[in-house]
Write a protein that binds this ligand. Structure first.
Ligand code: HEM
Ligand code: HEM
Length: 329
């Protein structure tokens, strides 16, 4: 191996490490944003991009009191994530030849800029539902871009090894994609519930205002009930896909994220119930936002790995020749 190749691979290794920091840091930032809202601290710093008229980076620590700790801290971590994204975008353009990855990093950079502006606007406009929901959902979308960049810069992904053919008798890969899409819908239903202040529109669990199917007296009851039904559907989807991946015996690279997704969605379900039982206590409520992000990351990772590492083929006469032997290697 020439020195140049060695340098490239060591640079790629560092790019991968920094991309992991970006992805994990984004999940932490999402949790921190969840804390800002759960603690009712969204307007504790009333201006933007300044902080009480001062430069946000030099705002004195002794003035960080009450909700300012949450909101100002959220802005500072967000700035760090933005800077990391600038570095990664430049690094990908200089050191990686894959066009799609280059444009993905540019899209992620644009997304994080828009996200910052949405954060500022939601403060200046006093938390309008549309902007707060968009801020919550763009956060999750940006997170997936960061996860994809981290995955695509890993050694295994770049190994040049061709995807292995596997028999896909009943559209498993379509199920994996459907789960990703449905997780987005489920989080959107949660975000609308949250930003229309309907977290307590249904006050009990597992019943719904004393009934199996509640009286749809308000929008709040309808949207929260939809989120609860969505939780049952999503949990079923994640368990189904996990069991099928385990049973296949061949999809080794999918097993870990698929099992972790099952564990996580069960925890997330219980956290949702705890939000209700504790009447939206700050800790379970914030954990529920973070849990949504982690669940989303795991189902997304399962799907993108299925695309990179396996070639799903419908079982037909022609495809019957494909065996799954060796796919474990
Ligand atoms: C990378 C950038 C950012 C990410 C990923 C991010 C993410 C989030 C998330 C996930 C939430 C929680 C939403 C919820 O509880 O439903 C949130 C809340 C919030 N964020 Fe950000 N944020 C970012 C940048 C900013 C910036 C620059 C500001 C500037 C002011 C900001 C201001 C806020 C405010 C005020 C809330 C509370 C909204 C509410 O109570 O309705 N965010 N953020
Ligand atoms: C199992 C899958 C579930 C997922 C993936 C999920 C995800 C989420 C997310 C991400 C949010 C916040 C969205 C945001 O603003 O960023 C949320 C809000 C919420 N979720 Fe869930 N959730 C699930 C299950 C449940 C269950 C079973 C319940 C109730 C029994 C529940 C009750 C709530 C409530 C009440 C809110 C709004 C909290 C507030 O107003 O502050 N969730 N959900």
């Amino acid at each position: 191996m020439s020195n140049a190749q060695k340098n490239i691979s060591s640079s790629q290794r560092w790019l991968h490490r920094i991309a992991i920091v970006l992805a994990v840091g984004t999940i932490v930032l999402i949790a921190k944003g969840g804390l800002v809202h759960s603690a009712g601290a969204g307007l504790s710093v009333p201006d933007w991009p300044t902080t009480y008229g001062e430069n946000m980076f030099t705002y004195p620590v002794e003035k960080w009191t009450g909700g300012i700790v949450y909101e100002h801290g959220h802005r500072l971590i967000a700035s760090g994530i933005g800077m990391l994204m600038i570095i990664i975008t430049a690094w990908v353009w200089i050191g990686d030849k894959r066009r799609w990855l280059r444009w993905l990093s540019v899209s992620a950079l644009l997304a994080v800029i828009v996200q910052g502006v949405l954060g500022g606007l939601t403060v200046l406009m006093r938390l309008p539902t549309e902007i707060s929901v968009s801020h919550a959902m763009l956060a999750q979308s940006f997170m997936l871009m960061a996860v994809l960049i981290a995955a695509a810069t890993s050694k295994g992904w770049m190994s040049g090894e061709a995807a292995r053919p596997v028999k896909d008798s009943a559209g498993l890969q379509k199920l994996l994609l459907a789960t990703v899409i449905f997780t987005f819908v489920q989080i959107l239903l949660g975000a609308i519930t949250r930003h229309t202040y309907n977290g307590m529109a249904i006050t009990d669990f597992p019943l719904n205002n004393g009934k199996v199917i509640p009286d749809f007296t308000t929008f709040g009851v309808a949207i929260q009930f939809a989120h609860r039904v969505g939780a049952v559907i999503l949990t079923t989807m994640i368990i189904t896909q996990g069991v099928r991946i385990l049973r296949s015996g061949a999809l080794r690279k999918l097993r870990t994220p698929a099992i972790a997704a099952i564990v996580m969605v069960v925890i997330q379900f219980l956290l949702g119930a705890t939000v209700i039982w504790t009447r939206e206590a700050i800790v379970p409520n914030t954990a529920h936002v973070a849990g949504g992000a982690i669940t989303f990351t795991l189902v997304f990772l399962t799907y993108i790995r299925s695309v990179r590492y396996y070639q799903f083929r419908a079982v037909t006469e022609a495809a019957a020749d494909y065996t799954v032997q060796g796919a474990n290697a």
